[in-house]
Design a binder for this molecule. Structure first.
Ligand code: ATP
Length: 231
């Protein structure tokens, strides 16, 4: 997760109980079904009447309407502009997705999340004012590649494209050594933030602390240096 994402998520009011989802493709349906399961009110719209009635039949939405979201008048009449958070879940129709996002921002919707289906689409959505853009194909693909190539990394927080905070399994090479002995800063350019044992974290551990196989450590540094860590 990036810092910009975190600040966006923080800005979404915790009291918000209602969401509007535009587009009932696979992505939109998944968003609706999950929000509903979590107990939130969901108003969904789609230009396709069949998608609207299927969503109502499957009860993945509280309300659903058939409308063309490129039409500001239709959105206004449906009350979409009154929502705090709107998810534009139109990935494959770039023009419709851009116009819909623009409609939301021009009407003053505070939090607009939009789904991109390509890099250009991603850039355009940011340009027209989307507050948060997701690009599932890219994000899931990247996460899979990282998991396959760096299985020792348990969790990561991307500070920016080059620097991260990662939780990783203590490498075998570090087993039984103290923090001073592993020379993380000198050898790898990384700083140790915490060590964990039995799910309990010890922040800023003592330099004499001995690392153990099977436990975890949290480091901060640049991605290139993190990838040089022994596995
Ligand atoms: P997929 O379902 O293939 O994974 P997706 O979730 O990104 O992809 P899309 O194919 O982009 O979904 O379609 C999302 C939905 O948006 C479709 O059901 C489509 O009918 C709807 N849609 C397209 N244009 C409009 C529009 N102008 N107004 C409202 N809904 C629209």
């Amino acid at each position: 997760m990036k810092l910009a994402t975190l600040s966006f998520l923080r800005s979404v009011s915790k009291d918000n109980q209602q969401f509007a989802v535009i587009g009932l493709g696979r992505f939109g349906r998944s968003v609706c079904a999950t929000l509903r399961k979590l107990g939130y009110q969901v108003l969904a719209t789609d230009i396709d009447a069949k998608q609207v009635s299927a969503a109502l039949t499957k009860e993945i939405v509280s309300h659903a309407l058939q409308l063309d979201s490129t039409e500001p008048a239709a959105l206004k009449e449906a009350g979409i502009f009154g929502f705090d958070t709107v998810i534009v879940a139109i990935g494959n129709y770039v023009q419709e997705s851009i116009i819909t996002t623009l409609n939301m921002k021009e009407a003053g919707v505070p939090h607009v999340v939009a789904k991109a289906s390509s890099e250009v689409h991603y850039k355009l959505l940011n340009r027209v004012g989307a507050d948060h853009v997701v690009f599932p194909e890219y994000e899931v693909g990247r996460a899979l590649a990282l998991t396959l190539t760096q299985p020792f990394i348990l969790d990561r927080f991307d500070l920016d494209p080059d620097n991260s905070i990662v939780e990783l399994v203590v490498p075998d090479e570090f087993h039984g050594k103290t923090i001073t002995e592993i020379q993380l800063r000198n050898r790898y350019g990384l700083n140790l933030l915490a060590v964990s044992k039995d799910s309990e974290f010890q922040i800023n551990p003592n330099p004499t602390y001995r690392l153990e196989r099977g436990s975890a450590m949290v480091v901060i540094g640049c991605n290139k240096d993190i990838s040089r860590m022994p596995i």
